[in-house]
Design a protein around this ligand. Structure first.
Ligand SMILES: Cc1cc2nc3c(=O)[nH]c(=O)nc-3n(C[C@H](O)[C@H](O)[C@H](O)COP(=O)(O)OP(=O)(O)OC[C@H]3O[C@@H](n4cnc5c(N)ncnc54)[C@H](O)[C@@H]3O)c2cc1C
Length: 426
């Protein structure tokens, strides 16, 4: 039996290795247009490769996928994050789970993840066709298999095909969305596509002043109205960082994922709010500030705010809330506590709980994944086989599945890749 796996990324490598180890007699062709495997895996997680999550509860894991969670139920149960961890540990990649439940190789080197697969391919003498760009996959009549056409090489005939060409994010790694047209040619539908897990650009320029300042927890909220008048509310709590262009970090990536299909641009801006102190009620902030002000009348107000936020942020706050600066006082010094009115104090607390930000765009080209892909209704969730074209399988980001940061996207690729490999070689 000849099985072609098109795309040598995370899902493709896992599919190929699974076939090798479960049916060594099957002849595997791992086809990759780059000169090496797993380019995106190697740069993932900032080069450290966040291979999966330390979470174990299946429902909690599925909840991390804004699209595709329900479909993934079977795949995650059959190849869970724990199975992923065992797989890598058993293939010579010791892992560690960090405090935030992200799992990385102990070596902090994504190359070790790819090397684990390369060892399997060497052992099983897997056919790896590098520098082979697939241009078309044609299904032959009835059970005669498929013909794969390449840009420059001779066509290849196989019995089964697994499409693992990824999405169209980080195109420089080779994932340029070629898989969508190959799937469409074989009768599948591609849902609307959008960038996901990206930084967001703000109209306001003040974030530049505190670029690099990070917070371990803040709540981001957005509200949109569809043309039909339907109101959509989005909210996410987590760590983030201010940047020269606006905001970034895990919570912002998650928000960008939730609003992936919302339209916003410099001409159609999206208003969001940030609650910088999500664990504190506004009344508590006001009471604490009042108490501190009473006990420290001569202290500068911006230093008083340091109870809650770093000084650089406090400076931004008093500027944004427009707390009056006495004429003789420089902006740097600001007002003393005894000069702060109740109104100013309330406004300050309110601002910290509802920082308004106007989002004009996503940071172009820096998104981690593509939302949307092969329509999940057309794929069997237990086997990854096409319901439209027998002996055709899908795995990885080419599917309409995308998750938050934290190892969930690679986990989806490993799990679906494993299932596609296992079921195609039966
Ligand atoms: C910067 C960055 C960091 C990330 N970090 C993490 C992380 O730490 N943890 C996590 O879970 N997720 C992370 N992700 C997401 C994760 O890497 C992807 O979701 C995952 O790699 C997708 O795997 P895939 O196999 O489906 O596709 P890909 O890895 O994109 O692989 C597709 C392969 O197909 C090949 N290909 C494309 N077209 C053709 C063609 N016509 N012919 C032949 N071959 C072709 C490509 O060259 C590529 O090698 C990150 C993504 C990015 C961009």
């Amino acid at each position: 039996m000849k099985i072609a796996i098109i795309g040598g990324g995370a899902a493709g490598m896992m599919a190929a290795a699974t076939i090798n180890e479960n049916n060594p007699k099957a002849e595997v062709f791992l086809i990759e247009k780059n000169a090496s495997l797993g380019k995106k895996v190697i740069i993932s997680g900032g080069g450290r490769c966040n291979v999966t999550t330390g979470l174990q509860d299946v429902q909690a894991i599925l909840g991390k996928y804004p699209r595709g969670g329900k479909f993934l139920n079977s795949a995650i149960r059959q190849f869970s994050p724990q199975n992923t961890r065992d797989w890598f540990e058993n293939h010579g990649v010791p892992l560690k789970c960090e405090n935030d439940m992200r799992v990385f190789p102990i070596s902090n080197n994504g190359k070790d993840v790819v090397k684990a697969f390369e060892k399997v391919f060497k052992k099983y003498k897997t056919n790896i066709l590098f520098n082979h760009q697939v241009t078309k996959v044609k299904r032959l009549h009835k059970s005669a298999g498929f013909i794969i056409n390449f840009k420059t090489q001779k066509a290849l005939q196989v019995d089964k095909v697994i499409l693992t060409l990824g999405g169209q994010a980080y195109r420089q790694t080779g994932s340029t969305g070629d898989g969508y047209s190959l799937a469409e040619n074989l009768g599948h539908h591609i849902t609307e596509l959008a960038p996901s897990l990206s930084s967001l650009i703000s109209k306001e320029k003040w974030p530049t002043l505190i670029a690099g300042l990070s917070f371990s927890k803040a709540t981001f909220s957005a509200k949109t109205k569809s043309p039909t008048g339907r109101v959509n509310k989005y909210s996410f709590t987590g760590p983030f960082v201010f940047t020269h262009w606006g905001i970034s970090g895990p919570a912002v990536f998650a928000l960008s994922s939730l609003i992936a299909f919302e339209t916003f641009s410099p001409n159609q801006q999206l208003k969001i709010t940030i609650d910088l102190l999500p664990d504190l009620k506004i009344e508590k902030i006001i009471t604490d500030l009042k108490k501190f002000i009473k006990n420290n009348p001569n202290k500068l107000f911006k230093h008083t705010l340091q109870q809650f936020i770093p000084l650089s942020m406090a400076t931004v706050v008093i500027e944004q809330v427009k707390i009056d600066i006495a004429p003789s006082t420089s902006l740097r010094a600001g007002k003393k506590n005894n000069a702060i009115s109740n109104k100013e104090l309330n406004q300050t607390a309110n601002w910290l709980k509802n920082i308004p930000l106007t989002i004009t765009d996503r940071k172009a080209g820096d998104e981690f994944v593509t939302a949307g892909g092969v329509d999940l209704a057309e794929v069997n969730p237990s086997t990854m086989e096409s319901k439209i074209c027998p002996n055709l399988y899908f795995a990885g980001e080419i599917l309409n599945i995308d998750g938050f940061t934290g190892g969930f996207n690679l986990q989806a690729s490993w799990a679906t890749g494993h299932l596609a490999g296992l079921n195609s070689c039966k």
